[in-house]
Design a protein around this ligand. Structure first.
Ligand SMILES: [Zn+2]
Length: 136
């Protein structure tokens, strides 16, 4: 049981399984997790969701690798805006579903600074184009 629980926890923490599965999985397995891993692990996941899951695995000293294409805050797949590759339609569509402050501007303008963005608005990283512009 312990190994099975750990497999599921790892799959979600490493984004091999959608983070949106966590709530349902937790509803069904939280008491088993508490029995197998203790109150501290139970509380971390209960109170902090996806972030707490990562903290719980660290506390258990289980090695895992976070995805670099998913948000570290909520586990959702990030939107990648690549210059010359991402289309106006993709940006508008993302602006519509993104909860980031200022996302209405993406939708209205069809433009976004190149970078990676969480649709839930918890994290974003802008790509630095400065070095490419120094000469121009
Ligand atoms: Zn997020």
């Amino acid at each position: 049981m312990r190994a099975e629980l750990l497999q599921a926890m790892l799959a979600i923490a490493e984004s091999r399984r959608p983070a949106s599965d966590l709530d349902l999985w937790w509803a069904e397995n939280s008491s088993e997790v508490e029995a197998a891993f203790g109150r501290g692990v139970y509380l971390r996941i209960s109170q902090r969701g996806f972030i707490g899951l990562g903290q719980a695995l660290e506390k258990l000293e289980v090695e895992f690798h976070r995805s670099d294409t998913h948000c570290q805050g909520c586990g959702e797949p990030q939107f990648f805006a690549l210059s010359g590759k991402t289309t106006r339609e993709e940006i508008i569509e993302f602006g519509r579903r993104c909860k980031l402050k200022g996302a209405r501007e993406f939708e209205a303008s069809g433009w976004i600074h190149p970078g990676q963005y969480c649709p839930n608005g918890c994290t974003f990283a802008l790509y630095n184009l400065g070095s490419m512009r120094l000469k121009g």
